[in-house]
Design a protein around this ligand. Structure first.
Ligand code: SER
Length: 553
């Protein structure tokens, strides 16, 4: 068919398809409509009439569809995100605790929406991830003079005075019986905080890096190495020779000056050098460990209270500080059976500082029990003057509270998980909260002391080196000594004449003395004597006819 109708040219092909089909795109709203563009096979969605485009070539894959704006019901050009959260036509009433301390978590704000803080940012980010809008109004809960009772706030949601509670609300068993919580967006748990002070200067602090055994063993090794090096050097090094008193001094001076690598005596024997180099390595390690340990001991802080964790806090009778409005009061009384008379409510951070500094004797508290997120802020604000002791003794989290069976609790849980997975939760955390730079735990002073356990490997290596060096040294001496016949040690060595009935004992004493004299001799002299002896032997042997040599092997 091919004819001109009221709408213009109409033509079908053999397969009964319209040739060059084109349509108007209409935006129908209420009783009227607007033309917002056209669609044709060749041009796709476009604001230009298809007839004007016929014959022109298009790259349809790269062209973005373009139409005039759609006006949605409600005279808005913002594309709706789906159905609106049905709340009988009124916005959600969201209760926000009006905090007076730790306002970074949530607090009143002069500009809309009237509240600000870490929890609000997280809630807003989660709401924006929902596939539908949630009209909401924030309503402050509390008198602005002290933190509200959070459990009462949750109760108000259960009583339908609010639709939700958004803030640093801890998920506790009691509260989950009244309302539905979302997944936790912040980890939390109760910790014990106590004051610390710098360790007092101690004139004997320099002894603290090592335990007593470590000092004794180190001292003994200094002497041992001194003696071993002296033995190994004595025969060949004139610096290790001289009158006995002088040599004793050399041993002491040499061994202790290795502590600072400042020994002036030269070591010339290979064995002596071997022992010394291993010992200097040991000294290097001991020196650097001593320096490191002393530094940490002098800068470490020490606890001033005897509280070491929640157990010692429970067993003491000292007052305990808790945050005003927090669930921790009830938790300490009901779960840990702490007398109510021991609990002191602290309203602001200044109260925290004063109570801890005053201590139990001056009307303060021995420790504060509060949740970790607050304490991290507290510690970084007070420049690490306070520390936590023991472990976090409860594990919980903060969540948003909704009325029972609210679909929002489920959807927001998904949104919170999404925020956590894409890293936004951490970004919001970094924006509002500083992580405390204080190390959370304190080391015991004794734990810093270096004991023999950390070093016995080094001492063992050094001891083995000394032993091997001495063994090699004495083997060589004995070999040399055997080349002399004991009764004919010549030259400077006294000739020993054994009385015929002197017996075995005196024989042994005499040969030991002989050996000692031999050891005491300079090696060069011994070698000289050996040479002389062997040439004498050769002379004696040459006139004899059997040609046998009498020199010792
Ligand atoms: N997070 C506390 C609570 O929910 C308030 O400090 O009780």
């Amino acid at each position: 068919m091919n004819f001109t109708g009221v709408s213009g040219q109409l033509q079908f092909d053999l397969e009964k398809n319209l040739i060059q089909p084109a349509y108007d795109v209409l935006n129908i709203g209420g009783t009227g409509f607007r033309k917002i563009g056209y669609w044709s096979n060749s041009s796709g969605l476009s604001t230009t009439e298809p007839e004007t485009l016929y014959g022109k070539s298009f790259n349809t894959s790269t062209r973005t569809p373009h139409l005039y704006s759609v006006i949605w019901p409600g005279e808005t050009i913002a594309t709706p995100r789906g159905w609106v959260f049905p709340n009988n036509g009124r916005p959600l009433r969201i209760a926000v605790p009006e905090r007076v301390s730790y306002k970074d978590f949530v607090s009143k704000d002069k500009s809309p929406p009237g509240v600000r803080g870490y929890c609000i940012d997280i809630f807003e980010a989660a709401i924006n991830l929902l596939p539908y809008p949630v009209p909401r109004t924030y309503m402050l809960y509390g008198d602005g003079k002290r933190n509200p009772q959070y459990t009462d706030l949750v109760g108000q949601v259960a009583l339908n005075n609010f639709d939700a509670a958004v803030g640093d609300v801890t998920i506790t068993t009691n509260r989950t019986r009244m309302v539905d919580f979302t997944q936790p967006y912040m980890e939390s748990g109760l910790v014990v905080v106590v004051p610390v002070k710098q360790v007092k200067s101690n004139p004997w602090a320099f002894l603290k890096p090592f335990t007593i055994e470590m000092w004794l063993v180190t001292g003994a090794f200094f002497l041992l190495v001194g003696v071993v090096v002296w033995i190994l050097e004595h025969r060949i090094n004139h610096e290790f020779r001289g009158p006995p008193r002088e040599q004793l001094m050399t041993i002491f001076w040499f061994s202790f000056s290795t502590m600072f690598f400042s020994h002036r005596e030269n070591t010339v024997s290979t064995l002596g050098r071997l022992v010394l180099i291993i010992w200097l390595f040991v000294v290097l390690i001991i020196n650097s460990s001593y320096t490191a340990s002393l530094t940490s001991i002098l800068t470490v802080q020490q606890l001033t209270s005897r509280i070491e964790g929640i157990d010692s806090l429970i067993s003491s009778n000292d007052p305990i500080g808790v945050q005003d409005g927090s669930f921790s009061w009830k938790y300490l009384v009901n779960e840990l059976n702490i007398a109510e008379s021991r609990l002191v409510t602290l309203k602001t951070m200044e109260d925290y500082i004063k109570a801890l500094q005053d201590g139990p004797k001056r009307g303060g508290v021995a420790a504060i029990v509060d949740e970790l997120p607050y304490i991290e802020l507290f510690m970084s604000a007070t420049k690490c003057a306070f520390r936590t002791v023991g472990q976090e003794f409860t594990k919980s989290g903060w969540g948003f509270a909704f009325q029972r069976d609210s679909p929002l609790a489920v959807d927001l849980s998904t949104a919170i998980l999404q925020l956590s997975e894409n890293g936004d939760l951490q970004k919001i955390h970094n924006k509002w909260l500083r992580s405390s730079e204080c190390s959370m735990q304190l080391n015991e002073m004794d734990a810093d002391r270096l004991s023999l356990t950390s070093f016995w490997g080094l001492f063992l290596i050094c001891g083995i080196a000394c032993f091997i060096a001495l063994a090699v040294f004495f083997c060589r001496i004995l070999l040399q000594y055997r080349r002399f016949s004991p009764e004919t040690v010549e030259g400077d060595v006294e000739e020993i004449e054994l009385p015929p009935r002197s017996g075995r004992r005196s024989l042994r004493t005499a040969s030991f003395k002989n050996l000692m004299d031999f050891v005491d001799k300079k090696e060069i002299e011994i070698k000289h004597m050996l040479k002389r002896k062997s040439s004498d032997n050769k002379q004696e042997a040459s006139p004899s006819s059997d040609g046998k040599s009498h020199s010792p092997s």
